[in-house]
Design a protein. Structure first.
Length: 271
């Protein structure tokens, strides 16, 4: 058993990783599938196949740093995530993700993922409900779960001080907010250009850099790739400061374990 009895490694549900996207077993209306885990989204997206025949609930506009798109919605789908059955509303995907080598018929957002305490283990690549939610040997992090959305903003640090970070498993790579990049003082070294896509499916080519100088608690994070854009629209929508979006590439490279307890408004990390 792991120290503090926080987790039992034998009980971990494995994460499937594809191109910095995280997937976990889920049932949707009692159909087994892999769910794309997106803690940077405040909603779910279900495939047109699983939404077939379900009553529609109008349209919803989804925005990102790049673009806004309109999605059709359904009011009630049943999701069984780690044994926690929830009835939620969902947007309908406009088309299948043909790049995946497996079937993934739903994207789960932060309200569903964080509905109960959860450990995200990037050391053993699994998830599970924790045995306890106040581990003595883990580092407690200042955290804010945004009301009504479940999105998680945690406080990390650099040599210049505190950095407000959106914890976003749906972001394959991390993003620095150009509105605050001079203030937060991270070491950015130009690296390469690459095409990326956002939550709406919009694709853009971005100039990447390697980033260092970010600390999680007292532990320095290994250098990771990122790009920089203006996130002031995201800040306005969320109603809080966001210095960067902490993406899956940095999470995976760190190999840390994270414990999120949204009902109690707490978060912990173990290096």
């Amino acid at each position: 058993m792991h120290k503090d009895n926080v987790i039992d490694p034998s009980e971990l549900t494995p994460i499937t990783i594809h191109e910095f996207k995280l997937f976990a077993p889920t049932q949707v209306n009692r159909v087994k599938t892999l769910a794309y885990l997106d803690t940077g989204a405040n909603h779910a997206n279900v495939s047109a196949a699983l939404a077939e025949g379900l009553p529609r609930a109008g349209n919803a506009v989804v925005g990102s740093a790049f673009e806004q798109k309109t999605f059709e919605s359904v009011a009630d789908i049943e999701v069984d995530f780690l044994g926690n059955v929830q009835h939620i509303g969902s947007h309908i995907n406009q088309g299948p993700d043909e790049s995946l080598p497996f079937s993934s018929q739903i994207t789960l957002g932060a309200p569903t993922i964080f509905a109960k305490p959860l450990v995200l283990d990037f050391r053993m690549l699994g998830i599970l409900p924790p045995k306890q939610t106040s581990p003595n040997s883990w580092t407690s992090l200042p955290v804010q779960f945004l009301e009504g959305a479940g999105l998680c903003v945690i406080q990390l640090s650099s040599l210049h001080g505190a950095i407000q970070v959106l914890f976003d498993t749906g972001a394959g790579v991390s993003v620095i907010n150009t509105a605050h990049s001079q203030e937060i003082g991270l070491d950015m070294r130009p690296a390469f250009s690459l095409q990326v896509s956002d939550a709406t499916g919009t694709k853009t080519t971005q100039k990447f850099a390697t980033c260092s100088g970010l600390n999680i608690g007292s532990s320095p994070l290994p250098r990771f790739d990122c790009f920089s854009i203006d996130l002031q629209m995201i800040e306005k929508a969320l109603g809080c400061r966001v210095d960067m979006i902490f993406g899956a590439n940095a999470m995976l490279k760190s190999g840390y374990r994270w414990l999120f307890d949204m009902p109690a408004g707490k978060a912990y990390v173990e290096a």
